[in-house]
Each structure stands twice: as structure tokens, then as C-alpha cells.
Design a binder for this molecule. Structure first.
Ligand code: UD1
Length: 386
């Protein structure tokens, strides 16, 4: 059997690492039965957004890089389909495995299906029901086309059960992100906090502020944000910046790790300088996997619009204010026992929730069913037994 798996953007790398390791384990015990090629579409290409994750998570270098890069959604999806189709025609895989919900996920599942190649989707069935999210469109396309729908939780399986066709198969296999978290927790926790912050400073100007925070014993929060709905509009982003500078960071020092999209929007809107000089906000470059995991495990608050971080906060028990009005990961929400609270991007609502979290200050880790660090093996087994 020949499997071709695809990655494109940062959140894909944490999902493919355990899957490629599961394949390697299988190849060792069943020589000659399985071959594997890893394709990187090249949607994320900076070292900090891509190469550093391959290195630190032990992902084998991609066999093929399509070099797609940045662009509009249609440019990314269209160019990926054109280039990926060539790979499919020359490599003739039995299966294409796609992960998550980025443009590469939708583009490659579509190119594969049009050539009659079977598709397995890792992280199938998530739904935000928000058609303004590019990721929701990608999920719908990919889940409609996939032969094998590998779901991370029971909610996702339920979302699919009413709309799958007879030839499609849903397998509840667990959350593969947590395989990565479990495999890397020890290494992350052993990192030197001070050194990791020093290396990640966005600019020298942040050094003095950073030195005032002893992250091993002080309370601090982490901010990450990159969704177009939060960062592409000057008044929305400006409102969040004001809230963080004037109110939140007055009570809790913050580390803000800047996604490239967010950094360029802050600069375009003239907001970056305000943060550079804010006395209790330390700006950081995009962090590596272990670095962010270490900070997350120590922090008393996560303020984020990332889906993956909501899941990691659930397992670590970090109180998480999710800067969205909806989530495709309801299992992480407080009403289902998780630490995440939806606060959207309304400064008043964020601040009210922030005060609530400050008062509670207690970690409540959650371990949903099959978030046990063993998902990748179940996924590979499902593909082999299909
Ligand atoms: C993509 C995913 C999103 C995921 C996020 C994680 C889609 C539709 N979205 O969004 O689901 O949560 O990745 O980061 O696939 N850039 C760089 N260097 C890079 C990559 C991007 O500077 O290595 C800049 C470019 O200016 C680019 C911008 O970041 O225009 C946004 O990148 P893009 O790939 O379009 O989408 P993300 O917002 O990162």
C-alpha cells in the first residue's frame, strides 16, 4: 500500500508528526508492506512557521514541496490542486491522508478524489457552523469527499453521522494533537524558561520588560491571535490592543506571540508601537512547539483564537478565553467540563471573562475519551483495515 500524506500550514505539522511515526513503526514490523511519501504544499514557508517544527518534532523532511506560498484563497487552493495533481499522476498512491482544515486540506482532498484516489481525513467532523471562516469551508469540502473520516471526539462523529454516504466510513480515533503533546511534554517542561523567552523576543526593546517577569513563579498570560475576523479590521484589532494595554496587562503581565499576519496588520494600522512600549506586554516572535507548550503549562491564562491551543489548554487545564463567537471544538468549553470560554472580540466581554478567570485561578485539566496519546496508531490501523 502506498500512502501520500499532506501538510501545508503550521497547525498541520503537530498532526502529521505522530502519524508519520506510526507509519515508521508499522514499516519496521511489516517490512515491504507500506510506503509513505510526505508532501508539503508550502503554504507556510518561513523557518519559524514551518522548518523549525519539522526539526523539533522529528518529522521527516518532506519528499516533495509544492512551493505554493502566500496568496488569496483561490490562488492557494487552485495552485495547490494543479501541482498536487501532477504528484498524484506520477506517484499513484492508494491513499491520500489530509489533516485539519487549512487550504491544503481542501485542495488536496479534491485533487485526489477527482482522480479516484481514496482520501482519509484526520480531524474530520469538526463544525463551527460559521461560513465566514475559510476553515469551515475547507472542512465541509474535505469531509464530503473523504472515504475515511477519522474523528477526534464524539461530537465530531455525531456531526457526520447524518450526512455521510454509504461508502464513507466514520472512525472515532481520538485527538492526534494530544499524541504530540504527550510525546513532547517532558522535553518541553525541561526547557529553560528564561532562555526560551530571551531567544523569542520580538525586538531588543522587549528585553527589559521580559526580565521583570519570573515566569517560573509569577502569574502571566499568553496572547495569540491570527484569525482574519480578529486582525484584519483596524477597529476590532485596535479595540483588543487598547483593552490589553490599558486594562488586562495592568493586572496580569502578558506574552504575545505574533503570527506574521497579525504583525503586519498591527504595523499597517499603526498599532505596533503601542504594544512595543506597553509596560506589561512582552512581544514575542512565533514560538516553537516546545516553547509554547512550556509557557502554556506555566501560564494562568490563554487568550487565543487558535483551535489547537483550545485543545492543549483543555489537557493542561489552562484557563482559556477563546476570542471567537463560536467553536468547532465544543468539547473544550466550560459547559462540557473544559477550561475554554467563548469571548468573541468585544473588549467588554473579554474583560468580564478575564476578571472571572483571575478570581478562579485554578487549573482543571480535562481528558476527553481517546485523547490518550495513541490516536495515530488507531488511524493507521483504520486505513489499513478499510
Ligand atoms: C492558516 C490557516 C489557518 C491556521 C493558520 C495557522 C487556511 C485557510 N488558514 O492561516 O486555519 O490556523 O494558518 O497559522 O489555510 N506568512 C508568512 N510566513 C509564512 C506563512 C504566512 O509571513 O510562513 C504571512 C503571509 O503574509 C500570509 C499571511 O501570513 O499572507 C497569512 O498566511 P496564510 O497561509 O494565508 O494563512 P494563515 O492566516 O496563516
Amino acid at each position: 500500500m502506498k500512502i501520500l500524506s499532506v501538510v501545508g500550514a503550521r497547525p498541520n505539522f503537530m498532526k502529521i508528526a505522530p502519524f508519520s511515526r506510526a507509519i515508521k513503526d508499522y514499516q519496521e514490523t511489516h517490512p515491504g508492506e507500506l510506503s509513505h511519501l510526505l508532501v508539503h504544499t508550502g503554504q507556510h514557508y518561513d523557518d519559524a512557521m514551518s522548518a523549525s517544527f519539522f526539526e523539533s518534532l522529528g518529522i521527516p523532511t518532506a519528499d516533495i514541496n509544492l512551493g505554493i506560498g502566500s496568496g488569496t484563497h483561490s490562488e492557494q487552493v487552485g495552485n495547490t490542486m494543479i501541482e498536487f495533481e501532477k504528484v498524484l499522476l506520477s506517484e499513484k498512491p492508494d491513499w491520500v491522508v489530509v489533516v485539519g482544515d487549512v487550504n491544503a486540506t481542501a485542495a488536496c482532498s479534491m485533487a485526489a478524489k477527482k482522480l479516484g484516489v481514496r482520501v482519509a481525513h484526520i480531524e474530520a467532523g469538526l463544525r463551527s457552523h460559521d461560513m465566514d471562516m475559510p476553515e469551515e469551508i475547507n472542512r465541509l469540502v474535505c469531509d464530503t469527499l473523504s472515504d475515511l473520516l477519522l474523528t477526534p471526539d464524539r461530537f465530531s462523529s455525531e456531526n457526520l453521522s447524518s450526512c455521510v454516504r454509504a461508502e464513507q466510513k466514520i472512525v472515532f480515533a481520538g485527538n492526534i494533537m494530544i499524541d504530540t503533546l504527550e510525546a513532547n511534554k517532558e522535553k518541553a517542561l525541561a526547557l529553560d524558561s528564561k532562555a526560551l523567552i530571551e531567544q523569542a523576543l520580538y525586538a531588543d526593546s522587549q528585553k527589559e520588560k521580559a526580565a521583570r517577569i519570573d515566569i517560573d513563579s509569577d502569574d502571566f498570560g499568553i496572547v495569540t491571535m491570527h484569525r482574519p475576523s480578529n486582525v484584519d479590521d483596524a477597529s476590532i484589532l485596535g479595540g483588543i490592543v487598547d483593552l490589553l494595554v490599558e486594562k488586562v496587562s495592568e493586572k496580569l503581565p502578558l506574552f504575545w506571540t505574533l503570527h506574521p499576519r497579525t504583525a503586519s496588520k498591527l504595523e499597517d494600522f499603526g498599532l505596533l508601537e503601542k504594544l512595543v512600549v506597553a509596560k506589561n506586554i512582552v512581544l514575542l516572535k512565533p514560538l516553537g512547539y516546545h516553547e509554547l507548550l512550556k509557557l502554556n503549562a506555566l501560564s494562568s491564562l490563554m487568550l487565543t483564537d487558535s483551535g489547537g491551543l483550545q485543545e492543549e489548554c483543555a489537557v493542561l487545564g489552562t484557563p482559556c478565553l477563546t476570542m471567537r463567537w463560536n467553536t468547532e471544538r465544543p468539547i473544550t468549553l466550560q459547559e462540557h467540563g473544559g477550561p475554554s470560554l467563548l469571548v468573541g472580540n468585544d473588549p467588554e466581554k473579554i474583560y468580564a471573562a478575564f476578571e472571572q478567570v483571575l478570581a478562579q485561578a485554578e487549573r482543571k485539566p480535562l481528558r476527553p475519551e481517546l485523547w490518550d496519546g495513541q490516536s495515530a496508531h488507531r488511524m493507521l490501523e483504520a486505513i489499513i483495515n478499510y
